[in-house]
Design a protein around this ligand. Structure first.
Ligand code: SG4
Ligand code: ZN
Length: 263
């Protein structure tokens, strides 16, 4: 899939039509991570995640991806350490994926595409009082990115996959409880790349510290096929569109450094 091809696929989606709240700047995401150019930073700490499955609330098809949302009114789901100075709270996670297994991730590693990518979205609760506020601010968000590869079935993911048929259409929401987001992290979270970037959908604000895991997780082809059975469209629309290729094209690095926690 060429960059132009992907841009064309993306621009067909209504989310990308109309003016953007903030025009693209100098630190946009996603990017290609060039391993040879990433710089080892020995000051980078291991990541510390503490998640409480009981704070999981609902699963939602927002017409672009599906989101699993958490209660973020208290400090029950936190991310600290790694490149971060502050404590960040999980509000939701979601995925991006392709129409086939040949592409779908937003980030790439030495130009290698993965079939899907998980984003665990956290906001800075030390500095801000709401997600909506943090989104607009420097150092407001920290997103963990995890690549998905096709292989054996992922047991943790299956509970989520089983819920997807109930939120097939845009704007459907169902209760979803007791899900540990930590089960979607790779075994090794000590090895990661980090850089300063943006949200990958409008408003594209440059508020994100990206933490991209070196190790991927494995999911089965059938599990990804259920992702692809979701729809971009609501039940009322005449022409139904499969939810696939919901990723943004790569953005220029523009002098930024990608740091790595490992050699
Ligand atoms: C997906 O579109 C989510 O559905 C959005 O969640 C999310 O926006 C957006 O991706 C961008 O997030 O980690 N890929 S990303 O940069 O988290 C936000 C909602 O619209 C603001 C709630
Ligand atoms: Zn995302």
């Amino acid at each position: 899939l060429s960059a132009q091809g992907a841009e064309r696929l993306m621009n067909l989606h209504p989310m990308w039509q109309g003016p953007l709240a903030v025009p693209g700047g100098d630190r946009q995401s996603p990017i290609d991570i060039v391993v040879r150019k990433s710089v080892l930073d020995t000051e980078l700490k291991p990541l510390k995640t503490t998640y409480d499955p009981k704070t999981c609330q609902q699963i939602w098809n927002n017409g672009y991806s599906f989101l699993v949302e958490y209660d973020d009114t208290t400090d029950k789901n936190t991310l600290k350490g790694g490149p971060l100075q502050d404590t960040f709270r999980l509000c939701q996670f979601h995925f991006h994926w392709g129409e086939t297994n040949d592409w779908g991730s937003e980030h790439t590693v030495d130009r290698r595409l993965f079939p899907a990518e998980l984003h665990l979205v956290h906001w800075n609760a030390d500095r801000y009082s709401l997600f909506e506020e943090a989104v607009m601010e420097d150092n407001g968000l920290a997103v963990i990115g995890v690549f998905l590869k096709v292989g054996k079935r992922h047991e943790g993911l299956q509970k989520l996959v089983d819920a997807l048929p109930t939120i097939r259409h845009k704007d459907s929401v169902v209760e979803f409880t007791c899900f540990d987001p930590g089960c979607l992290l790779p075994a090794n979270t000590d090895d990661y790349w980090t850089y300063h970037g943006s949200l990958t959908t409008p408003p594209l604000t440059e508020s994100v510290t990206w933490i991209v895991m070196k190790q991927h997780i494995e999911v089965s082809h059938d599990q990804l096929a259920v992702f692809r059975s979701l729809l971009f469209t609501s039940a009322e629309e005449e022409v139904q569109k499969s939810m696939v290729n919901n990723f943004r094209v790569q953005q220029p690095l523009r002098g930024r450094t990608v740091r790595s926690s490992f050699t």
